[in-house]
Ligand binder design. Structure first.
Ligand SMILES: [Zn+2]
Length: 463
C-alpha cells in the first residue's frame, strides 16, 4: 500500500469504529428526587419524538417459591390497573400518536413509551398513575391470570423452552434464577390477592426505578415536569436483599428431556459465570463473540459449516444480571447426529481456546464488532434510551457507556485464556439434552426451526 492511501484507510477505519471512546459519551443529565427516583434526560432533536423508558429493578429474582412468575404478571397488570387511566392505557397512547411495550427479565421490568414530544406530559401522567396506585380489580386479576396461563402453555409447547426450563432448574439449586421468568404453572394459577398487593407494595417503589427520557425535549423543563409527576410518590422501605446465594457447583450435572414432539435433538450446556458487575464480564462478551457470534465464530464454523453437525449454534452470556449468571452453548443438531458427538466437539473447541487463546486479528475483529454494535445502538433515540438505562442499571451509572467499550477493547488473549479456563470446567457445567423420544415420538421431516439467540431472553410482549 502506498503511503498516499494511508490517510484514507485510516479515515475508513475511523468511520467503521470510533477511534476515541469519547465518541460514545452521551451528554445526558440526571436528577434524583427526594423519594429516590432517578430521572435521566438526553436532549436529542434528530426527530420530534421522545423515547421514555421506565426501568424497574423488579424481576423474577425478587420472587420466591409459591409466587414465581409474579414479576412478569405485573408487567401485564401495569397496563390494566392505574387508578386514573385503568385499561385505557394503550388506547390513549395510540390516540396521542404513540406506542408502547414492555419486557420482564430475571432482574428488571422495563416499560417503553415512544411518543411525539408534545405527548410527553400525558405519558408522564400515565406512568405516574401506574407507579403510584394500582387497583387490583378481581375481574382484571382473573382475566390477566388467564392471559399469562395461556402464555405459559404456548411457551412450553416449544420443546426447546422445556429444555431451557429444566437446564435452569438443574444449574441453580438455591438462587431464584432457577425458575423461568414466566414462573411455574401451579404458582400462576394460585397467586392470591394479598400476594399481588404485597409484591406491588414492596417492589414498585420510586426508589426501585429509573426513568430515562431521550428526545426533542428541554432537559430543565423535563426535570420540572417529571418532578411534578413523580416527586410526590412516597418512597418505600428498602427491600431485603435477594437471599440464597448460589453455592459453587461441585460436579457436572446432566439433564435429559424426552420430547415426542421435538423436531430434532438439542444440546444446551451452561456454565456458571459472575454477574454483570464482575470485572471479567467484558471477557465473557469477547468469548461469546469468539465462539458464537456470526459465521466466522469458532463454534459456528466448526459445527455448522465445516463438519455439518448442527443446523445452528447459539447462546452466550445470559443477559445483564445482578447476581452470578450463566454462559450457554445451545446446539440444534442435524438429523441423525448423535448429541454426544456434537457436544464433544464443543468441549474440544473450547479446550483449544483455553490452550491457545484467540489470535490477535481474531481478537481485534470481535472487539471491533462489539464496539460497532454500541455505535449502531446510538443511532436512534430508542437505542440511546435503552443504552442509558441499561448502563445506569447494570454498569454503575449511565456515564459508563464509553467505559464499557474501553473495557471490551482492553481484553487480552491472556484474559480470554484465564477466564475460559476458570469457566469451562466440567465441574462447573450443566448439560441438558433434548431427545426425540417418548410416547408417539416421530420426527417430522421438515427439519428444525432456528432457535432464539438466547434461551433466557426476557419475555417481550408484542402488541
Ligand atoms: Zn407476557
Amino acid at each position: 500500500m502506498s503511503t498516499k492511501l494511508l490517510p484514507a484507510a485510516a479515515l475508513l477505519a475511523a468511520a467503521a469504529v470510533p477511534a476515541a471512546a469519547a465518541d460514545l459519551e452521551l451528554p445526558a443529565a440526571e436528577r434524583t428526587f427526594g423519594n429516590g427516583l432517578k430521572v435521566i434526560v438526553l436532549e436529542d432533536r434528530s426527530i420530534p419524538n421522545v423515547a421514555m423508558y421506565v426501568w424497574w429493578r423488579v424481576g423474577a429474582r425478587n420472587e420466591r417459591t409459591g409466587i414465581t412468575g409474579l414479576a412478569h404478571y405485573f408487567e401485564h397488570m401495569m397496563f390494566m390497573g392505574g387508578a386514573k387511566y385503568g385499561a385505557r392505557f394503550d388506547a390513549l397512547m395510540e390516540a396521542a400518536g404513540g406506542s408502547n411495550n414492555a419486557y420482564t427479565s430475571h432482574d428488571v421490568t422495563v416499560y417503553q413509551d415512544w411518543v411525539p414530544a408534545s405527548a410527553l406530559p400525558l405519558v408522564l401522567d400515565m406512568e405516574r398513575d401506574r407507579m403510584s396506585g394500582m387497583v387490583f380489580d378481581p375481574a382484571k386479576v382473573k382475566s390477566e391470570r388467564d392471559v399469562v396461563t395461556n402464555e405459559y402453555l404456548l411457551g412450553i409447547k416449544d420443546p426447546r423452552e422445556r429444555l431451557a426450563v429444566q437446564m435452569r432448574a438443574a444449574a441453580y439449586t438455591a438462587h431464584p434464577y432457577q425458575w423461568d421468568v414466566i414462573g411455574w404453572y401451579e404458582d400462576i394459577r394460585s397467586w392470591t390477592q394479598s400476594d399481588l398487593e404485597e409484591f406491588y407494595g414492596t417492589n414498585y417503589a420510586p426508589n426501585n426505578a429509573t426513568v430515562v427520557i431521550v428526545g426533542a425535549v428541554d432537559p430543565e423543563e423535563t426535570f420540572r415536569r417529571a418532578e411534578a409527576a413523580f416527586g410526590g410518590i412516597p418512597r418505600k422501605p428498602d427491600r431485603r436483599p435477594v437471599g440464597s446465594a448460589e453455592p459453587e457447583q461441585k460436579g457436572e450435572r446432566r439433564v435429559v428431556v424426552e420430547a415426542p414432539d421435538a423436531r430434532t435433538p438439542q444440546v444446551l450446556a451452561a456454565w456458571h459465570i459472575g454477574s454483570t458487575s464482575d470485572p471479567d464480564f467484558p471477557v465473557h462478551e469477547v468469548i461469546e463473540d469468539l465462539l458464537l457470534e456470526g459465521r466466522a465464530s469458532r463454534l459456528h464454523r466448526v459445527l455448522v459449516e465445516d463438519e455439518q453437525l448442527c443446523l445452528d449454534v447459539s447462546g452466550g452470556w445470559q443477559g445483564h444480571q445482578f447476581d452470578p449468571s450463566l454462559f450457554t452453548v445451545e446446539l440444534t443438531l442435524r438429523d441423525g447426529v448423535a448429541p454426544e458427538k456434537a457436544e464433544a466437539r464443543v468441549h474440544e473447541e473450547i479446550a483449544r481456546l483455553v490452550r491457545e487463546g484467540p489470535g490477535e486479528r481474531e481478537l481485534r475483529r470481535v472487539q471491533n464488532r462489539i464496539r460497532a454494535e454500541f455505535v449502531r445502538r446510538l443511532e436512534t433515540i430508542d437505542g440511546k434510551a435503552a443504552l442509558l438505562g441499561e448502563t445506569e442499571t447494570f454498569f454503575g451509572g449511565w456515564r459508563n457507556v464509553s467505559l464499557r467499550v474501553e473495557r471490551v477493547g482492553a481484553v487480552t488473549a491472556e484474559d480470554v485464556k484465564r477466564v475460559a479456563a476458570r469457566t469451562f470446567r466440567a465441574q462447573n457445567r450443566t448439560v441438558a439434552t433434548l431427545v426425540v423420544a417418548g410416547a408417539g415420538a416421530a420426527a417430522p421431516a421438515d427439519g428444525g426451526a432456528a432457535p432464539e439467540k438466547k434461551e433466557a431472553a426476557p419475555r417481550e410482549e408484542s402488541k
